[in-house]
Write a new protein. Sequence first.
Length: 629
Amino acid sequence: MKPRQDIQILRAIAVSGVLLFHLNPGRFPSGFLGVDAFFVISGYLLTPSIEKVVTSEIGRLTGTLKSFYLRRFARLAPTLICVVFLFSMWMLLFGPLGEQRYAYIQGLTALINLANIEAFRLSQGSYFHPDPNGLLHTWSLSAEEQVFMIVPILLMILHKLFRLSFKRAVVFSLTLLSTFYFIVNFTLIFSTAPFPIGNRDFYYFSPFFRATEFLLGALLVIYSKRENSFSYRKSAILNVLLIATLLAPTSNKFLLPISIIFTLIILANSNGSGQTNSVYIALEKIGDASYSIYLLHLPIIYISKHIANELSLKSWTFALLVPIITLILGRVSYRFIEIPYKRKILNPAKDFKIVKYLSIVVLAILLMGSLRIGATKYYGISTPPTIAGTISCVEGNNVGLCGNLSNNQKKNFLLIGDSHAAALSEVFINEIAKNGGNPIVMFGRGCPLTAENYYLRDSKLTPCQEYVKKVRYFLEENRAILIVAQRSSQELWPNQGSIENEIEAIDLLSQISDKTIVISPNPEFKKGLSQGPTSSLWKLEGKTPKSQMMQASFSNLELLRKSLGHPKVLIFDSTRIFCSDQWCKFKQAGKYLYWDSNHLSREGAKLYQKFFSSLASKNDKTSAIGDNS
C-alpha cells in the first residue's frame, strides 16, 4: 500500500529540521525536534500492527510477534548496515585517527541497538556538546528499537494478565510513563541518584521518554475520527507552523510540546489523499526517502566538513552543497538499498533464508569490533589520559575537583583549566607527588576563565562559575603555586577581547597565589584530513608542518606576554615540546600524541613529565624552562 502523502510530508519536514540542526546548530537550534516528530509518527503508524500482536490469541502470539519484528528488521537493518560500513571504511582510510574510536564504537553499538547509551557516554551527558562522531545520530534508531521492545511487551502484560482492553492499556501505559517523565524532570527526587540516573539528560536518550511520544501517536490512532479532516489549505498552514517551530531561532523546553502538538493535529486532521501540487510532490519524495536521508546526513556533514576545511572552502559553499548531496544520495539509497532489500527479506525466494541477512549483521558487528580494537591497538592510537584523583562532579556537568586536599606540610601545587588541564592531571599528580609536593587539580571542562566569574559569590551559580569560585576560595585559604592549562585558540576565542578577559582572570588569581605558571596551549591540528591520513599509519614517527599545526592556535605568545603584567606570572611555551622551527610531531615511537584534533593523549601528556617534575623538585628550575613575562 502506498504511504499517505500527508505523513510523508510530515517526515520530510522532520528530517529537514534535523539536517539543518546538524548543519548549523547555531542558526537552527530547534531543528532537533524533528526527532520527536518522528517518534509520534512511528506511534501513529505502527499501533495497528502492535494491536494485532497484543490482541492475538496465545497460540498465534509467537507468529505475530515474529512477523512484527521481521518487518522492523527489514525496514531498518539493510540501510543502517550499509551506512555504518561505508562510513567506517572512510574513517579507516581518510578519517582523523584520533576520532576513529568514536566512529567504530558508535557504529558497533548502533548495530546492536545500544547506540543511545554510547551517544550519552560520548557526549558527556549532553546531546548538544558531543565529541566528533559521524554516527552520533544513530542513537535515535536504537531508542526506537528499544521502544518497539518495551511497548508491545508492556501492553501485552496489561492486556493478557490484567485484562485491560488495548485502548485502556495504551492510556494506562502513557499515564505511567508521563508521570515518570514528570517526576524525573520537574522534581528533585532523582537529583541525588548516582550518575547517570540522576542526570536528567540521560532520559533524553532513553526509550522511556521516547515511548511517551510513541504512545501519544498510538492514542491518536485509537481515539481520532477522520470524518472532519482539514482542507489542504488548513493542513498547509499547520505544516508551515510546524516548520516555523523547527526553525525557531531559539531552543527552549516549550517548543518540544508545541512541535508534538502540531504533529498530532496534522496527523489527526489531514485527509491523506494525493495532491499534484509540485511543492507537495517534492516534499513527498523527500519523505519517502526520509529514513535514508536521516541515516546519511550526519556522515555526509562530518566528511564534508573535513574536506571543506582541507580545501579551505567557504562556508556558504559547504552549506549549499551538503543538503543537495544528502538529498540525492538519500534518494539513491532509498531506491537501490532500502526498498529492494526490504522486499527480499519480506518476500524471499525459495533459496533465500533470513539467516543470510542475520549473518551479514553478525559480520558487520565483528567488523566494527575489529576496527575498534585496531584503532586503539594495532594502529597505535592512544587513549585519553586518566583523570587522576578523586573527582567530585556537579550533576554530570563536567566540572570536577580532584587531588589531595588534606592539610599537610607539603607545598601545594594547583593545576586549573579546562579539559586540557584534565588531560594533564594524571602526569601532573604523579610527578608532583613523586617530588614531594602536594598536587591539587581543579578543572572545568568547557569552562573558560573569565574575570566576571572571578567576582561572583552568589550561591546559585552555573557549573563554570562554581568552578572559578572553588579555585578562588582555595587560593584565598591556602598558599599554593598555580599552574594554568587552558585552551586559547583562535577557533575558541576569535577576538582579542575574549583573550584579554581570560588573561585578566589569570592576573587576578596570580595576586593570591605564591607563583603562577601559564602553560601555553599545545599546537592544534587544522580541522580537516591532516591528522594522520592513511600514509601515517605505517610510520613510527609522524610530523606535520608547523605552519599548519599553528593555524588553529596562536602563532606566537606575544599577546600573552604583553597582557600578563604581574611579576609572579611565568609562561611555559609548550610548542617547544612538540615543534622544531619547521615541523610539529603528532606521533612518537609509534604512539600518537593526540587523541583528537587538540587534546593530548596519555603519551602526549607524558612529554610534560620533566616540566612538572622540575616544579616540585628542591632545585626549582621553573625560571629555566619558563618564559618570564
